[in-house]
Design a protein around this ligand. Structure first.
Ligand SMILES: Nc1nc2c(ncn2[C@@H]2O[C@H](COP(=O)(O)OP(=O)(O)OP(=O)(O)O)[C@@H](O)[C@H]2O)c(=O)[nH]1
Ligand SMILES: [Mg+2]
Length: 296
């Protein structure tokens, strides 16, 4: 009998959930940055290996919601906890344990689902620091397994996969075996542009930026050319100034980097990318804007 099931990646912001998802699926599905709250949606990545099919659910990092956007993000976490067969609680070993992590553990207990603990970023600490951490977490919850791992270096990723498969329910496959993600191409295009904004800006800007696709023109795709127009949405005039940058340098750098990634995603030699920056006050609290920029 084959095995199949939904497996959620749950954890505080920035612990490496999306990095691990991309590594497990072997393809870039979910954007990554060194800023917290990068992921704003529930993102599916499907891995079919032998007679097992794992449907990973990447989720936004668990945080205290302030704006409506953040409430939507946390609702995605809560529904993922309810919907899946297995939880992967992911922790960043370089972060000190605190109330935020305690809250994640409480969520995992309340969900009453089998859970594996992944201690991520072990490439950044010495072995001597790892054992006390394993001991500490083993007293916080009855995890099926505790796996030290590095998502960027690929350490122990195969061990994790093995343990996930062991804990999956017996089932027919739920998706065709070549199926990888449910993400719409339009969403992925906007995300790739947002990823560059996240990587190139700091302070409050990563949190207050969204990307809206205005047009994707594939009429000349056969000639190897796709044209994309998008708006980078910020909340205030001064933020717009930062994103545009001195003499337009910042927006140019964002565009250049995004264009290269988009060419890879779309599989075309040339992408024309027209970017403009638009101020939409309080967009994080406006439902209609949240729907438009795909935080749903
Ligand atoms: N050194 C090291 N860095 C890592 C590892 N895994 C992830 N990172 C880095 O950690 C940062 C956050 O990674 P993400 O995958 O975006 O984290 P996330 O948990 O999805 O974050 P949110 O979407 O904001 O909740 C990025 O800069 C990654 O490159 C790891 O194993 N080792
Ligand atoms: Mg993420």
């Amino acid at each position: 009998m084959s095995k199949a099931g939904f497996v959620a990646l749950i954890g505080r912001p920035n612990v490496g959930k999306s990095t691990l998802l991309n590594r497990l699926v072997g393809q870039k599905i979910s954007i990554v940055s060194d800023k917290p709250q990068t992921t704003r949606n529930r993102i599916l990545g499907v891995l079919t290996r032998g007679d097992a099919q794992i449907i990973f659910v990447d989720t936004p990092g668990v945080h205290r919601p302030t704006y409506r956007m953040n409430k939507r993000m946390m609702n995605m976490v809560y529904s993922a906890l309810k919907e899946v067969d297995l939880l992967i609680h992911m922790v960043d070993v370089t972060e000190r344990y605190g109330k935020g992590e305690q809250y994640v553990i409480d969520l995992i207990k309340t969900a009453e689902k089998p859970a594996l603990l992944v201690l991520n970023k072990v490439d950044l600490i010495s072995k001597g620091k790892l054992l006390p951490l394993i001991d500490f977490f083993s007293h916080q919850h009855d995890y099926r397994e505790i796996i030290p791992l590095s998502s960027t270096e690929g350490i122990n990723v195969d061990v994790l996969l093995q343990k996930i498969i062991e804990n999956l329910p017996e089932s027919e496959f739920l998706f065709p075996s070549e199926y990888v993600t449910d993400q719409q191409q339009r969403f992925m295009i906007a995300e790739i542009i947002r990823e560059q904004v996240l990587q190139m800006t700091r302070e409050e800007l990563p949190y207050s930026t969204a990307v809206q696709l205005d047009a994707v023109d594939e009429n000349r795709r056969t000639e190897g050319f796709v044209s994309i127009n998008a708006s980078i949405i910020v909340e205030k005039e001064n933020q717009k100034k930062i994103v545009v940058g001195h003499a337009g340098q910042m927006i140019k750098a964002i565009g250049t980097a995004a264009r290269l990634e988009l060419q890879k995603l779309l599989g075309v030699p040339k992408v024309f990318l027209g970017l403009n920056v638009r101020v939409v006050e309080h967009w994080r609290d406006r439902e209609e804007i949240l729907n438009e920029v795909g935080v749903s």
